[in-house]
Design a protein around this ligand. Structure first.
Ligand code: FMN
Length: 322
């Protein structure tokens, strides 16, 4: 798949996830074979105000390329200007606009998936971004509509193509569905039939079988994986191995421990202590599952008060688990 003039090798993408797809987790997934990774969505207003926390969310290193920075906002002026600022300051490979976030705090101001209720606003925001960022491909990630009787993804897709968007990711649930029910992959197929730019299929891809099915059913150009990568970045390795015709590799306890240690070290290098501790607890509670006594180790990490306690537990795990 090509997005603008960027070659995306095998077309397995890591979904943007707020509070999750920071630099350490993106590097872990990239090393496992994710071809394109994204930052979590960042606020256009925060970028314009040069809010440090917002700008920190965008920091990435060259090893992560190709990388997309995802933005959200409610006015063409703000989203356009923030995109230009991101291009000048960070030079990401892709700028992605979020038209999928269902959270009321975001949609009540008209940002995120609220644009699905006003396709003129979606057009204006998207055109503003495309016009402001001359050298970076602009992509969009959206849901299928606001609610089940207003699924607008085909019309939206055609507008987005017309204004110069280079690819569209569709998470085929409506805003009112949030994460309920299942993603309607047929909508991805319909979108693919109605636009001439790459379509990235997303939603409920949890296994290699799901990956095979979504590609076959929708003919999408690439597949984006979110929740299935939490505690399981090996999903990217497994799909790549499948594509190469290699046998599926078993994920051993030693593999889990190696990734835990790598992830912890990346967090320690990149975050202040309190955040490092919290994120270690979050990710380790996903990693430490599915083996004997996993809940014992999970609890030990969860009750750690500081990095020294976390490191002590990691040291014992290294001795006792491998
Ligand atoms: C914790 C979490 C945070 C998310 N944050 C974002 C986000 O910042 N931007 C976005 O476009 N989608 C976000 N999403 C949606 C995912 O990118 C994806 O579309 C959705 O989870 C469906 O894919 P999946 O079934 O593979 O998880 C988030 C999802 C989760 C679970």
């Amino acid at each position: 798949m090509k997005i603008g003039n960027i070659d995306i090798k095998n077309s397995i993408l890591l979904a943007p996830m707020a509070g999750v797809t920071d630099l350490p987790f993106r590097i872990i997934c990239k090393d496992m074979g994710a071809d394109l990774v994204y930052t979590e969505f960042v606020s256009s207003n925060g970028i314009i105000r040069e809010n440090k926390k917002t700008l920190d969310l965008i920091e990435f290193i060259d090893e992560e390329r190709p990388i997309g920075v995802q933005i959200f906002g409610e006015t063409p002026e703000a989203v356009g200007l923030s995109a230009k600022m991101i291009e000048e300051r960070f030079s990401p490979d892709i700028i992605d606009i979020n038209y999928g976030c269902p959270v009321p705090k975001v949609t009540k101001k008209g940002a995120g998936s609220a644009a699905l209720k006003d396709l003129n606003l979606m057009r204006d925001i998207t055109s503003a971004v495309v016009e402001k960022v001359k050298d970076t491909p602009v992509t969009v990630k959206m849901r299928s509509g606001w609610c089940s009787d207003s699924e607008v993804f085909v019309k939206a897709g055609q507008i987005l193509e017309e204004v110069g968007v280079s690819a569209i990711t569709l998470h085929p649930r409506t805003t009112s569905q949030r994460f309920e029910g299942s993603a309607d992959w047929n909508s991805i197929k319909v979108l693919k039939e109605n636009v001439n730019i790459p379509v990235i299929g997303n939603g409920d891809v949890k296994t290699i079988d799901d990956y095979i099915k979504i590609l076959k059913q929708t003919k999408c150009d690439a597949v984006m994986i979110g929740r299935a990568a939490l505690g399981n970045p090996w999903i990217f390795r497994d799909i790549n191995n499948y594509n190469k015709g290699n046998a599926k590799k078993e994920t051993k306890i030693s593999d889990i421990l190696t990734i835990c240690i790598k992830h912890y070290n990346l967090l320690k290098e990149n975050k202040e202590e309190r955040i490092c501790v919290n994120l270690t607890k979050k990710h380790f509670s996903w990693y430490l599952k599915g083996f004997k006594n996993a809940s014992y180790w999970r609890k030990k990490i969860l009750f750690s008060k500081d990095i020294s306690q976390i490191e002590e537990t990691i040291n014992i795990m290294e001795k006792e688990l491998v």
